[in-house]
Design a protein around this ligand. Structure first.
Ligand code: FES
Ligand code: FES
Length: 152
């Protein structure tokens, strides 16, 4: 079947098979490899994207369902050469080690700060509970969220 959707502000079309996930559509057909495939079971958050403005795991959304919908991936956050402030904060605080979790976390943090510009530590914890990082111990990630929230 063929689907047409908006991805990062652009209309995109692709052919797919019925059981394909939004994640494989983004990565394999639309050449947007920023969203990572770590568990493919909705457990790790590495594939986090905004789907009609709502944070979802792209591995749990059927690609066929996305027909006519709006998706924003990590590639859609920067403006040309200008990084999103969350991306800058991750770099500045050293919140990236292997980087596999980073795209999903960046999307999740951007979503959090759009909803709650000055989150408490508990709100950060709750919002990022679905994003697993096996490298950083989360300390630097929290630093990045606070830095991005401060708008510095
Ligand atoms: S790859 Fe989607 S939640 Fe892990
Ligand atoms: S930086 Fe390696 S999993 Fe998070």
């Amino acid at each position: 079947m063929r689907v047409a959707l908006t991805v990062n502000g652009e209309r995109r079309e692709a052919d797919l098979w019925g059981g394909e996930s939004l994640l494989t559509l983004l990565r394999d057909s639309l050449e947007l490899p920023g969203s990572k495939n770590a568990c493919e079971q909705g457990e790790c958050g590495s594939c986090s994207v905004l789907y009609d403005g709502v944070l979802v795991c792209a591995c749990l959304v059927l690609a066929a369902q996305a027909d006519g919908h709006d998706v924003v991936t990590v590639e859609g956050l920067a403006r040309g050469d200008e990084l999103h402030r969350v991306q800058e904060a991750f770099v500045e605080t050293g919140a990236v080690q292997c980087g596999f979790c980073t795209p999903g976390l960046v999307v999740a943090v951007a979503d959090l700060l759009a909803r709650e510009p000055n989150p408490s530590d508990d709100e950060i914890r709750e919002s990022l509970a679905g994003n697993v990082c096996r490298c950083t111990g989360y300390v630097k990630i929290f630093d990045a969220v606070r830095l991005a929230a401060a708008g510095r």
